[in-house]
Design a protein around this ligand. Structure first.
Ligand code: GLN
Length: 260
């Protein structure tokens, strides 16, 4: 009997020790400064159907200008980059809810979005252009009146066309490839989308061209939650260093070679 009591006492003591050790660990972990960096992981959201900014390559990896810029920033911050692919019009909500830390998606900075999220410094520019069939009667932006316009849901192209020509004339698609496929099938008369993806889509589909007149000029930046000033500052600092080192220009040149 006495022996048993001794063993139980020993076991109880051991349990207490282990519990204390566990408590100690938890305390140091939650107290480390890295908690502000989501445990050293930078979770980026994007819509990987927007070449050359983001697309899925032959090895099933998400690559492109945004993916490489985010990786270069994460490297500078000593963080590991994780990329989550989602629909473009879910990105702002995902940043707000914290399910992603940052969104890089060829995303245009505008006042409406600034009400929901903060933006980093800008790292690229974009132009809204119009894609039409080669034999189209649409020659300039003025000819869009009364036409059926394909757009990507929730994009600036969608906003401009809806307010300029009315919702009845705008057909929303979940991504640019689907909008361009509808144009190739004759379901819409034109597609309004960012210029670099437009060039990619026109190259991939015969019989389409881009109008020379531009719809709008825009700046791209990363969206970050309003209460995450720490990440915004760190991102901007790393981005500035990368700009100064010529790394951003190098990444853009890799995907959008300047014409010689
Ligand atoms: N630049 C456009 C926007 O921010 C489109 C971006 C995209 O479709 N990925 O609305």
């Amino acid at each position: 009997m006495k022996k048993f009591t001794k063993i139980i006492c020993l076991l109880a003591a051991l349990c207490i020790c282990l519990t204390c050790a566990a408590c100690g660990n938890a305390k140091t972990e939650s107290g480390t400064p890295s908690s502000a960096d989501s445990g050293k992981k930078l979770v980026m959201g994007t819509n990987a159907a927007f070449p050359p900014y983001e697309f899925v390559d032959d090895n099933n990896n998400i690559v492109g200008i945004d993916a490489e810029i985010a990786k270069a920033v994460a490297d500078k911050l000593g963080m590991e980059l994780e990329i989550k692919d989602m629909e473009f019009d879910s990105l702002i909500t995902a940043v707000k809810s914290g399910s992603i830390d940052i969104a890089l998606a060829g995303m245009t900075v505008n006042d409406e979005r600034k009400e929901s999220v903060d933006f980093s410094d800008t790292y690229a520019t974009g132009v809204q252009v119009v894609i039409v069939p080669e034999n189209s009667s649409i020659k300039t932006i003025d000819d869009l009146e009364g036409k059926k316009i394909g757009v990507q849901a929730g994009t600036t192209g969608d906003n401009y066309c809806t307010s300029d020509y009315g919702q009845d004339h705008v057909k929303q698609f979940t991504n640019g490839a689907l909008a361009v496929a509808a144009l190739a099938n004759g379901q819409v008369d034109c597609v309004v989308i960012d210029n670099e993806p437009a060039k990619n889509f026109v190259k991939a589909n015969k019989g389409l061209k881009i109008l020379e007149t531009e719809y709008a000029n825009e700046d791209y930046a990363a969206a970050i939650a309003k209460d995450n000033k720490d990440l915004q500052e760190k991102f901007n600092k790393a981005l500035k260093e990368l700009k100064d080192e010529g790394k951003i220009a190098e990444i853009i040149e890799k995907y959008i070679p300047s014409e010689q």
